[in-house]
Design a protein around this ligand. Structure first.
Ligand code: GAL
Length: 817
């Protein structure tokens, strides 16, 4: 093709016009982040791309946008992307470029937290375990080896993002970047090296030339021009370390993560909204929910030792991507209310009035006509009625009212008008019932390992599992032999730093143990028969994710490091700790990839063994009809890992039950902490496991493979879909009540409807002694058979509330979907 000079020039002008037009300038002053020179209020939410599937991303992002978010934040997960040194992985749920492009397609901005240390309840905090092979390596300090590896990986990612024009100045969605993560919280023990490191981080970040402001969270000494930001349940009292840094809340913990052996944490929508409103009342400019969608720790890598496969987090989008109500809707309304006064909040003069007893007003005045007000009551127990600028406002305890014109209250954080949806897990008609599932099984081949054979190397000591197995597998065999003079019963005592231990003597499993209540350091003590002569001892140490937090956390060992391992018979103790130990990484079934359902592998049918440790189980199942998320109920199983059509859906551990105590109801008022509002005490800490629909093959049988290491029974295992079971809504007289089954179901029945002063909560309403008889039939007529319905509440419509002595009346409806 021949091109004239002129046409080249035209093309060049066109290209630069297009790209200049799309380029976004991001800057800041002490008041706010500025987009193309305009100060903005930015509402962001975290979605970690590997914790969902690419097929889920567009839907999650659409729901985030609809929920009033402006931006999506994610970390970058180093050990997922660089599983072996200089071998990179960007496929499937690690396709980070596709994720950012989906964010852009959804019309959202993005915030990238490079880390590359990320914490995030992620295996080893996101740092690849192979780094420990590098001589002299120390994580997260002024250590050349660390800085070289960190720089190598972070530069690679920054270059990839640049190449794809994903930074805002290039026309992409990314408006902000973070380096490191909460280093300030742990830097003390590093002394000067820590200070030098954080300075190096700042210089390094700047050298990446991404054309954006950089943030460091929880870093009160963040060097300029880094913006130090706040993480926590509340950040209204936070002040950045420089007058030129705007007030940013990088992690608004809107729930909490779940750990094995612990109940489910919940953060009430009222308290969460209160925290957000307080932040903006106190001059906040950008806040990010941690997490907006928590998702699932699918593969082996995610999850620190405490973390369940579910990373639901009580987020506005639940683990499966469903809208969690009322949290999602209550926040959506809050975002809309805040946006109504964006100009006043970012440009207005600020005037605070303290009325005492926790009651305060903040007025942001832009000009004569444009102003916005917050009226807050931070008192934990007393409601207040505030007279403000000639009008009266009712402020429930622990609440903030938003008045975008300083007159009319459009939102109060404690007055939830969004419906509550109770999700249920239902058997799906197309899916085989538990009793229909036909199982086959095969044993894990233990023969050589329990006879001390096939080790990878030997040592005359008990080594740390991390620097022996380098996270290649959860499983590490420690194998040795001992000569005993005569046949006798002896006690085997093993001190381990966790997390799970199985002990074999002469080929027999003699004991299995794990740390109760999340205490991963424990002693296994078990009697066993020893014969005269040579005896084999094989100890299978199992990790459930590597530690992710703390100064020098990488040095915290796992496995039977140092032991001691002892044999006690009568008053003789034989210390085996310095014996010759042979080490073998991984299970036979992992090496031969049993989970891929390879036809060469032999599976047995007929009698299916139960409570048999070290057993592989397999079944096939139909894809559930519809679009609702799919879960597999692993009730009856012990501990292990599960695969669907070869995709790892995570570790399972339904026999690790949550502690019986700590579920004592919940009052949203007063400072939140993770133990405040829990459910699920005494129940399996995780029973249901997400099977993303993209893992399933419609119209073909799907394979479920389970590896059971503790002993379980698959007879009750079954597939279900997750959907709204019950929807409840209430609204005051004069307002409109909205009710919806979400996700396409129709309202099949009205369980409860009362107008007046009904009491209780969704799933347990009671009439309040003031009812209208017409209500029930009217609501049923209006709503049953529909996906959603709206009812304008007026006495004319709903009849009189007989015998009422309450002045304001409300309508409460509970429906089955
Ligand atoms: C923060 C950390 C996050 C996450 C969170 C708890 O300290 O920065 O990555 O671990 O705690 O969920």
């Amino acid at each position: 093709m021949v091109c004239s000079k002129r046409s080249w020039l035209v093309a060049l002008v066109l290209v630069s016009l297009c790209c200049l037009a799309r380029s976004t300038d991001v800057s800041h002053d002490g008041r706010a982040i500025k987009i193309n020179g305009e100060r903005r209020i930015i509402i962001s939410g975290a979605i970690h791309y590997p914790r969902s599937t690419p097929e889920m991303w567009p839907d999650l992002l659409r729901k985030a946008k609809e929920g009033g978010l402006d931006a999506i934040e994610t970390y970058i997960f180093w050990n997922g992307h660089e599983p072996r040194r200089r071998e990179y992985y960007f496929e499937g749920n690690y396709d980070v470029i596709r994720f950012f492009k989906e964010i852009q397609n959804a019309g959202l901005y993005a915030i990238v937290r490079f880390g590359p240390y990320v914490c995030a309840e992620w295996d080893y905090g996101g740092v690849p375990a192979w780094l420990r092979k590098i001589p002299g390596m120390e994580f997260r300090t002024n250590n050349q080896q660390w800085k070289d590896e960190m720089a190598n990986f972070t530069t690679l990612i920054a270059d990839m993002l640049k190449q794809e024009r994903l930074f805002a100045p290039q026309g992409g969605p990314i408006i902000l970047a973070q380096i490191e993560n909460e280093y300030g919280n742990i830097m003390g023990p590093f002394g000067d090296a820590g200070k030098e490191y954080i300075q190096w981080c700042a210089n390094f970040a700047e050298s990446l030339n991404v054309g954006l402001p950089w943030i460091m969270c929880q870093q009160s000494d963040a060097p300029q021009p880094m913006i130090n930001t706040c993480n926590g349940y509340y950040c209204d009292n936070f002040t950045p370390n420089n007058p030129n840094s705007p007030k940013i809340w990088t992690e608004n913990w809107l729930g909490w993560f779940k750990a094995w052996g612990k109940p489910d944490p919940h953060r009430p929508a009222e308290d969460l909204a209160f925290a957000v409103a307080r932040f903006f009342q106190a001059n906040g400019t950008l806040q990010n929910y941690y997490m907006y969608h928590g998702g699932t720790n699918f593969a082996r890598t995610p999850g620190g030792p405490y973390i369940t496969t579910s990373y639901d987090y009580d987020a506005p989008l639940d683990e499966y991507g469903n809208i969690r109500q009322p949290k999602w809707g209550h926040l959506k309304e809050l975002h809309a209310a805040l946006k109504l006064m964006e100009k006043a909040l970012t440009y207005g003069d600020v005037n605070n009035t303290d009325f005492g007893n926790g009651v305060a007003a903040t007025k942001f005045s832009y000009n004569e006509t444009l102003s916005g007000c917050f009226l807050s009551n931070a008192n934990q127990s007393s409601d207040a009625t505030l007279e403000y600028q000639g009008a009266k406002y009712f402020l429930p305890a622990w609440s903030v009212s938003i008045l975008p014109d300083c007159k009319q209250e459009v939102y109060n954080t404690a007055k939830v008008t969004t419906q509550t949806s109770i999700m249920v897990k239902k058997p799906n008609k197309a899916v085989d019932e538990a009793s229909d599932l036909k199982w086959s099984w095969r044993p894990e081949i233990l023969g050589s390992s329990v006879s001390g054979l096939g080790g990878n190397f030997t040592e005359n000591k008990l080594s740390d599992q991390i620097t022996t197995a380098f996270d290649e597998s959860d499983y590490l065999w420690y194998m040795t032999s001992v000569d005993i003079s005569h046949q006798q019963q002896m006690t085997l005592r093993v001190n381990t730093t966790g997390h799970v231990l199985h002990a074999f003597v002469n080929g027999q499993l003699v004991g299995s143990q794990y740390g109760p209540n999340g205490n991963w350091v424990f002693v296994l003590e078990q009697t066993a028969n020893f014969k005269a002569g040579k005896n084999h001892i094989s100890l299978l140490s199992v990790t459930v994710g590597l530690k992710n937090y703390g100064a020098r956390y990488e040095l915290d060992p796992a496995g039977i490091v140092g032991g001691p391992v002892q044999l006690i018979g009568g008053n003789i103790t034989i210390d085996l700790s310095t014996n010759e130990w042979s080490y073998k990484i991984g299970l036979d079934g992992e090496k031969t990839k049993v989970y891929l359902d390879n036809p060469d592998r032999k599976w047995y049918s007929g009698m299916i063994p139960t409570q048999r440790p070290f057993t592989w189980y397999k079944t096939t199942f139909e894809t559930p009809l519809g679009l609702d998320p799919v879960v597999v109920d692993l009730v009856g199983m012990g501990k292990g890992a599960a695969w669907v059509n070869g995709n790892n859906i995570g570790r399972f551990w339904p026999n690790y039950t949550a502690s019986a105590d700590g579920c004592n109801g919940c009052d949203y008022r007063g400072a939140y902490k993770a133990e405040k509002c829990q459910t699920g005490c005494g129940e399996p800490s995780q029973r249901w496991y997400h099977v993303p629909r993209s893992f399933l093959k419609p119209g073909e049988p799907n394979a479920l493979v389970l590896f059971e290491e503790a002993g379980g029974d698959p007879v009750q295992v079954n597939f279900q879909t997750v959907t709204v079971g019950t929807a409840c809504s209430s609204a005051d007289q004069g307002k409109t009540l909205n009710l919806s089954c979400q996700g396409g179901l129709t309202i099949s029945n009205i369980d409860f409807a009362s107008f007046g002063d009904p009491k209780g909560t969704c799933g347990g309403y009671e009439r309040g002694g003031c009812e209208s008889d017409e209500v029930y039939s009217l609501i049923s007529e209006e709503c049953v058979g529909k996906e959603s319905c709206s009812i304008q509440i007026g006495e004319n419509l709903l009849g009189k509330c007989n015998g009422s002595n309450t002045s304001s009346k409300s309508l409460v409806v509970q429906a089955t979907c």
